[in-house]
Design a protein around this ligand. Structure first.
Ligand SMILES: [Cu+2]
Length: 506
């Protein structure tokens, strides 16, 4: 039997709220319901993201300029939503890059708060990686009292990030990474896609052009006036970090946005499509599935992961995707009849968050694409070459009410690991609750994940989702650059509440 708070009060059993919350913190992610009416599903057309044009493309370098500022977006019918966006858009402009060709992004901060831009999945030199205290201060200025890391590279008004793109083709994404405030600032819209291509991928006969569709999936909630609803203790995001205590396990929204539109629909032909999916949510996991699924059909063929193409395709009935993970999936719509519809659903939720996107199969077309049995060369990294094994425990500190790594909160002044450049290491993770764990700079292979590698651990990863009380071990080589980087939980509320640590490649 479950008692309501009123029944407990009547029985004299209820504790004052503060005392009760001391005893029972809520480490689970929690829904913040919209106060605006939820829009009908499958009315809006899916926004198709197209590559942004660089402002110049000379001397082997594509240059972009992003002004970050507040803007009015039309997300819900009849309402205007203020977002914070790269060039005023949410999602931000999509960058398309080529392996070996540099990209420069000049980010100008016209918001009232500091920002930091991190290219997630990028092998990036430390000065361009977006370390959480490497602020870009607002053009309009900001009090210096909020800066306390002597190693921080603080920029006034704007900063140029340079990405070498010396890595495999993959779908990366860029997002805000400001220390203590990443969760609310990403929620407001500071995220965009970055697609890196290379000749190895070009030569494959995969679906492309109009049949290759990047999808940024995230959940949000809205106030009655259309503004984004988020339980920040200081909504100005200037003075006081953190969120209302009840949400320290993570914030879930009840509106599912795909490329910025709520539960959109897309007209497709009865052929194979390549869907490049990012979960850009703060804390929500999705169990992707197709509804209905014809008898005997397999829903998805996975061809790529966080770090690019797999060596061989993998067939999956459902795909569990945690915050920051990417899955590169083929859906074959020839299994459906022209005139029918099929929904991409989230079978992990039965409410409004249980549906994502609807495909309407409106036409028959010829399909000259194919999924080769060999997609890419298998990785050449072996556990026996590891020179060191490190252990990290990710857990909730019930006394301090914060999220910790090896019992410690994030501190820019403390170095937690010093791997040598070009050395191979094994890192073992252990969790209490669910945590999607992410390392900057490196991609890793999953050696074990609650026992053997799981069904979603194929290929190169930069984020691994651990369930409650799970252990995992991953293998990686620290190549590319020396310098200071972070690793952290990618539940953004956990990250802001200090579940982050440093490593320095030496
Ligand atoms: Cu976490």
């Amino acid at each position: 039997m479950k008692w309501t708070r009123r029944e407990l009060l009547r029985a004299g059993l209820a504790l004052p709220i503060a005392a009760a919350s001391c005893i029972r913190p809520r480490p689970e992610a929690r829904l913040i319901p919209s106060l605006a009416p939820l829009p009908p599903r499958f009315q809006a057309a899916l926004p198709i993201l197209r590559a942004a044009q660089p402002v110049s493309a000379e001397n082997g370098m594509d240059r972009y300029e992003f002004d970050v500022h507040p803007a009015a977006a039309r997300i819900l019918p009849g309402l205007s939503t203020e977002i914070w966006g790269f060039n005023g858009t949410f999602p931000g402009p999509m960058i398309e890059a080529r392996r070996g060709r540099c990209v420069s992004v000049r980010v100008r901060n016209r918001l009232p708060v500091p920002i930091v831009t991190h290219l997630h999945g990028g092998r990036t030199p430390p000065e361009s990686d977006g370390y959480p205290t490497d602020f870009i201060l607002p053009v309009s200025g900001f009090p210096a009292a909020h800066m306390h890391d002597p190693l921080a590279r603080v920029a006034q008004g704007e900063r140029e990030y340079v990405y070498a793109n010396q890595q495999r083709a993959a779908m990366l994404w860029y997002h805000d990474h400001r220390m203590d405030y990443t969760a609310p600032q990403v929620w407001r819209g500071l995220a965009g896609l970055y697609i890196l291509r290379d000749p190895e991928e070009d030569r494959l006969p995969l679906p492309h052009g109009e049949r290759e569709i990047p999808l940024m999936i995230c959940d949000r909630s809205f106030n009655a006036d259309g503004s984004l609803r988020y339980p920040a203790r200081d909504p100005s995001l200037r003075e006081l970090p953190a969120i209302e205590e009840a949400y320290m396990g993570g914030v879930l929204g009840d509106v599912i946005l795909v490329n910025g539109a709520p539960w959109p629909k897309l007209e497709v032909a009865n052929v194979k499509y390549r869907l490049r999916i990012l979960n850009a949510s703060n804390a929500r996991r999705y169990e992707l599935a197709l509804d209905p699924l014809p008898r005997g059909a397999v829903a998805f063929t996975q061809i790529g992961s966080d770090g690019g193409l797999l060596s061989a395709p993998v067939e999956l009935g459902t795909v569990r995707i945690a915050p920051a993970e990417r899955f590169d999936l083929i859906i074959d719509f020839s299994k459906f009849s022209v005139g029918s519809s099929v929904k991409l659903i989230n079978s992990a939720d039965s409410g409004s968050a249980g549906e994502i996107l609807r495909f309407d199969i409106t036409r028959g077309e010829r399909d000259d694409s194919a999924i080769p049995l060999k997609l890419a060369d298998a990785p050449d990294i072996r556990p026996e070459n590891a020179v060191l094994t490190r252990d990290f425990d990710f857990s909730f500190d019930r006394l301090k009410h914060s999220w910790r790594i090896n019992g410690k909160p994030f501190d820019p002044a403390r170095m937690d690991a010093r791997p040598r450049l070009d050395s191979t290491e094994i890192w073992r993770f252990q969790t209490d609750f669910s945590h999607p764990l992410h390392l900057h700079l490196v991609n890793f292979r999953v050696l074990a994940h609650g026992g053997r590698p799981g069904p979603y651990d194929s290929g190169w990863k930069d984020t691994i989702d651990l369930g409650p009380g799970q252990g995992a071990s991953v293998l990686m080589r620290f190549s590319g650059y020396r310098g200071r980087y972070v690793f952290h939980c990618h539940n953004l509320e956990h990250e802001d509440m200090s579940m982050m640590a440093n490593f320095e490649v030496v």
